[in-house]
Ligand binder design. Structure first.
Ligand code: NAD
Length: 273
């Protein structure tokens, strides 16, 4: 048990029905935290689950504030943090989970368009930076400590063919995490990255659609990706959303404080690093 009673957490990119953000928000609520849950407006993303996440958090007896904001826009991020502070008075935990959808970036580097590369960096790296900056300013001013958790990926530790833009962004998230941990450590603020393995969120459907070889349909390729992930894991199962959420709860607690700066792989033993 990690007692998060009285804590307030902000989770970005939480609208996916099977997403990591939703699972993390609900696990933090189970441990007693109140939540600000963020995603793009319903027009701007196919993920429509934010109202459901709010309802599920409230059913756990916790409070939830939904905020539609684009994490790549500094003014929207500032406004989101302002609204969170007006409602709850503080933010103890920030989880940077929002991620660019897999799309035109999943091609060999020689075919990778500049705009597709930039888009992934903008959401995954700049979005993480903007949210960290806004919340860290609040945490420093408040002088009450805090925790920041950045969702990287095993693709933030290992290069993967056709994932160059994504890998570059998720490696960057780990470097950013280490720098920020050094800056904020003296003020009792801890900063971590989690590196999940392949998870069957809606995102995997996007990935299968763009990665399926000629003659293989997306559904079949999705099943192949899942079968391979299971076979490669020491525990012989897919990484679950809750596996990531459990680690997020540990990192949000004081139990993990002395690990600040760490990037934790959570993939059932596919990569042991
Ligand atoms: P997901 O697509 O359900 O979650 C990402 C969410 O981010 C979506 O709801 C999307 O609308 C939101 N988002 C995108 N751009 C945004 C923006 N500019 N502002 C605010 N929200 C934005 O997929 P997921 O699998 O739950 O992914 C969550 C995180 O986990 C991502 O950072 C992803 O890179 C990472 N991750 C996923 C896997 C996996 O296999 N699914 C593995 C490792 C890491």
């Amino acid at each position: 048990m990690a007692d998060l009673q009285g804590k307030v957490a902000l989770v970005t990119g939480a609208a996916g029905a099977n997403g990591i953000g939703r699972a993390v928000a609900l696990r933090l609520a189970e441990e007693g935290a109140d939540l600000i849950v963020n995603d793009l407006s319903e027009d701007a993303t196919p993920r429509k689950g934010l109202p459901n996440v709010v309802r599920e958090i409230e059913e756990l007896g916790r409070q939830a504030l939904p905020v539609f904001a684009d994490v790549t826009q500094a003014d929207e991020v500032e406004e989101m943090v302002q609204r969170a502070l007006e409602r709850f008075g503080k933010i103890d935990v920030l989880v940077n989970n929002a991620g660019a959808p897999a799309g035109r970036d999943r091609v060999p580097v020689v075919e990778l368009e500049e705009e597709a590369f930039d888009f992934v960096q903008r959401v995954n790296v700049k979005g993480t930076f903007l949210c960290c900056r806004a919340v860290a300013r609040h945490m420093l001013q408040r002088q009450g400590g805090g925790t920041i958790i950045n969702i990287s990926s095993t693709s933030g530790k290992h290069g993967v063919a056709r994932f160059a833009a994504y890998c570059a962004s998720k490696f960057a998230v780990r470097g950013f995490t280490q720098s920020l941990a050094r800056e904020l450590g003296p003020y009792g603020i801890t900063v971590y990255a989690i590196c999940p393995g392949l998870i069957a969120s809606e995102r995997i459907d996007d990935m299968a659609a763009v990665l399926a070889p000629a003659g293989v349909d997306a559904t079949e390729h999705r099943e192949q990706m899942i079968a391979m992930a299971i076979e490669n894991s020491a525990l012989r199962r897919m990484t679950g959303q809750r596996d990531i959420a459990n680690v997020a709860v540990f990192l949000a607690s004081t139990q993990s404080d002395f690990m600040t700066g760490a990037s934790l792989t959570v993939d059932g033993g596919v990569h042991m690093d």
